[in-house]
Design a protein around this ligand. Structure first.
Ligand code: V47
Ligand code: SF4
Length: 376
């Protein structure tokens, strides 16, 4: 055993023997089983999982914390689905209460960033029955024609599943069409919780776990990357979180195409699950730490600051997280409409850099694929 391992192991001398076995696995690089993961949720306290997750995080990334310069386009919040946790969408019948951006509206958003060093546009929205695959093909082509260097991370597997089915294309055919039009990668949304029973209760009518995973597999097979999310802290149990992470870990073993895992805390403002209380900050930090320990084949773990708030996102940097997304520039409404504290999510590069430096980490501006742009 190396000196480094002995030093890191010292704080757990008196740990519960089952937990000590898990700590030993982490130090020797052995994969955690589902039972190990569950035990961590049930038995371990925050300092225990935090110290282990920080050990893994520093082994992978040292003191680096990644962020990017990005903005969002949310084409519409009109949606054919009705997920109970969603505060953002409006049904087609009530579309006058929502928004529907035209091609020009969306191109004008892109043009606002002319001459600015943004590297990514994140496109995500409701599933609008009239915005089909070919509408988005035109959008992708128009963005690329205007700004070829901008990385387009667009459309959740939920949006893609609907577009491809409506166009009567297989996942492989649909992905090829979008890739040729300029799509570079896809975000991690729509995963929620894979467990069939819980999914039925919170988002019964959209793509199921198998369908979500099949779309990401098709993206990876086409040579593109994607992210993965998990909506936690509502009616799911710990075993559902482990099951969810395990299915992602298995696909990652097969394709290696995921960049980042993003646990998303359920926010209960103004939706059909507002009666479900939100979990505590301690529970959030344990979630991140256990994700870092369990998802051993995911290179990055992201805390999405508009959802957690800036100071809580800062805290996650000691609990396994190495990425805090980007500047965003007040271009997303998903979380402000669900009651998040960040009602105008935007940070300048200086503010993100300061936030990271305040916790003695090293800010690194990256592009979407984690190529380093600037180390601060
Ligand atoms: O899938 C919706 C979530 C997701 C609520 O890939 C909610 O880099 C909590 O996936 N409380 C969309 N969460 C956003 C998303 C995302 C965000 C940032 C970066 C990336 C990335 C992906 O938002 C949805 C759903 O899980 N969501 N409503 C809510 N009330
Ligand atoms: Fe539609 Fe997405 Fe909201 Fe579900 S979470 S209702 S798919 S916008």
């Amino acid at each position: 055993m190396t000196e480094e391992v002995l030093v890191a192991k010292a704080p757990f001398k008196n740990a519960d023997p089952e937990l000590q076995t898990i700590a030993d696995k982490i130090y020797t690089g052995e994969r955690l089983s589902k039972e190990d993961g569950l035990l961590l949720f049930q038995k371990a306290d925050l300092p225990f999982v935090g110290a282990l997750a920080n050990y893994v995080r520093e082994k992978l990334h040292g003191d680096k914390v990644y962020f990017n310069r990005n903005f969002h386009i949310e084409p519409t919040n009109v949606c054919v689905f009705s997920c109970n946790f969603c505060s953002y969408s409006r049904l087609y019948a009530h579309r006058e209460e929502g928004w529907e951006l035209s091609m020009d509206d969306m191109l004008n958003i892109v043009k606002k960033y002319d001459g600015q060093p943004v590297t990514e546009v994140h496109i995500v929205g409701g599933v609008h029955p009239k915005m089909n695959l070919y509408f988005f093909v035109d959008l992708l082509k128009a963005i690329k024609a205007h700004r070829p260097d901008l990385h387009i991370k667009g459309f959740t597997a939920v949006e893609l599943d609907y577009m491809f089915r409506k166009a009567k294309l297989t996942n492989e055919e649909g992905v090829k069409v979008l890739k040729e039009a300029g799509l570079n990668s896809i975000p991690g949304g729509g995963a929620e919780i894979f467990d069939e029973e819980i999914r039925e209760k919170i988002c019964a009518d959209k793509v199921d776990a198998e369908g979500w995973l099949a779309i990401h597999e098709a993206i990876h097979n086409a040579g593109m990357h994607s992210n993965a999310t998990m909506l936690y802290g509502h009616i799911e149990k710990y075993e559902h979180r482990i099951d969810h992470m395990d299915r992602l870990r298995q696909l990652q073993d097969k394709t290696g195409g995921f960049n980042t895992f993003i646990p998303l805390k359920f926010r209960n403002g103004d939706n059909d699950m507002s009666n479900v209380p939100e979990v505590s900050l301690v529970e959030d930090l344990k979630m991140y730490a256990i994700a870092r320990l369990y998802m051993d084949n995911f290179p990055h773990l992201k805390a999405y600051w508009p959802m957690l708030g800036r100071q809580n996102a800062q805290l996650t940097l000691s609990f396994g997280v190495d990425d805090i997304d980007g500047t965003i520039d007040d271009t997303t409404k998903i979380y402000s409409m669900a009651g998040a504290e960040e009602q105008k999510p935007e940070m300048t590069t200086d503010e993100i850099v300061t936030l990271i430096k305040q916790v003695k980490r090293k800010p690194v501006e990256r592009d979407t694929l984690y190529n380093v742009i600037t180390e601060y």
